[in-house]
Design a protein around this ligand. Structure first.
Ligand code: MRU
Length: 344
């Protein structure tokens, strides 16, 4: 297969229609391609909570559109009422809070009679900005890789999780086009299987050589095969550069350190939360236990089994080789360097 250019994004995962948002139902991928229609901010909040859409930057973009939907009657009070409904949808991905703060600011600065129009334009701009960040991060990130790298990635930090070509997967895709990436090993990412269902699908669609591994195979692979980098996204980066991402990321970072493998985090500045001093303060989403003891409705644990379902974990910044943002590369990953790059 020929290598498609970086700007090509065939995935219509959220489509703004002016009076509604069409959202690709990621819970059904890759087997079924079906869209859900969101007509209100509450619809967007529900789609976000239920994982119809997911991935930190995309959650932020959808929330921006949710605020635009709330503004259609040109009433600031509608927008103010919608904001906490959206904010409660998911607790960890700070892009959600960033988008809501931004959109609320736009609403408060705009004369009420122009609200609907201004909020729609602001939401479209928010989405397009994220698209641009993806392209920049892909370019900056790919430059860090050596030729012919075999890489591991986790969860889905691809086109499905952002407005553009993705964060971690964007870097991988740019690296592959430049001959820097030879092969990708996505971890399946229990319990939601974002790696198996979404990342592998994206990689295969792009024609990038990829082989699926279960989460517990990463250590063996690092020990027995040539793995040159681990590349992941993030849901929230604290001021000290600790990185919160999908559960299992912390373990991968420890393994990478042990095997002397660079560990890269790719995330836009909208994922950085300077108001949270360190990773231990990041709220970790705990989801339904049912999502762990069942797979697609089939029970895999004994009836009445207890289980944990932590959605995310925190990787201490000392384990991170570099954080790639659209404003530049933070390396070593620490507070001073993070603040310096963000001020660009
Ligand atoms: O629970 P999810 O699927 O929303 O979690 C997604 C992740 O953890 C991603 O790695 C992160 O949001 C970065 S997406 C560019």
């Amino acid at each position: 297969m020929s290598k498609r250019p970086l700007h090509e994004d065939p995935i219509k995962h959220i489509v703004w229609k002016g009076d509604r948002l069409q959202v690709l139902d990621q819970r059904l991928l890759p087997r079924t391609v079906k869209h859900v229609t969101c007509r209100t901010a509450a619809d967007v909040a529900k789609a976000t909570k239920d994982m119809v859409l997911r991935g930190a930057p995309l959650i932020g973009c959808a929330a921006a559109y949710g605020m635009a939907l709330a503004s259609r009657r040109n009433r600031l009070s509608d927008v103010v009422a919608a904001e906490p409904v959206l904010r409660r949808a998911r607790p960890t991905a700070v892009n959600l809070m960033h988008a809501l703060d931004h959109m609320l600011g736009v609403a408060k600065r705009t004369p009420e009679k122009n609200l609907g129009k201004a909020m729609a334009a602001a939401a479209v701009k928010y989405y397009e900005d994220d698209l641009g960040y993806n392209a920049t991060m892909a370019r900056l990130g790919a430059a860090l890789l050596k030729k012919g790298s075999n890489v591991i990635t986790h969860c889905n930090a691809g086109a499905l999780a952002t407005a553009g070509i993705g964060t971690a997967v964007g870097m991988i895709r740019a690296g592959w086009i430049a001959g820097k990436v030879a092969h990708v090993y996505p971890c399946e990412t229990r319990p939601y299987l974002q790696g198996a269902r979404l990342t592998l699908w994206e990689l295969m669609e792009a024609g990038i050589p990829a082989t699926l591994i279960t989460d517990n195979m990463a250590a063996h692979l690092m020990k027995t095969r040539k793995i040159d980098a681990v590349i992941v996204g993030s849901d929230r980066i604290a001021a000290n550069a600790d990185v919160c991402n999908k559960i299992g990321t912390y373990g991968l970072a420890i393994l990478a350190k042990h095997h002397g493998i660079p560990f890269y985090v790719v995330a836009p500045s909208t994922t950085v939360d300077l108001s949270t001093p360190h990773g231990d303060r990041i709220p970790i989403e705990e989801r339904s236990v049912q999502e762990v003891v069942e797979i697609f409705g089939a029970k895999i644990a004994p009836k009445g089994a207890k289980a944990h379902h932590f959605g995310f974990d925190v990787t201490p910044h000392q384990l991170v080789t570099a954080i790639v943002t659209e404003k530049g590369v933070v390396s070593p990953a620490n507070e001073a360097n993070l603040r310096k790059v963000l001020s660009n």
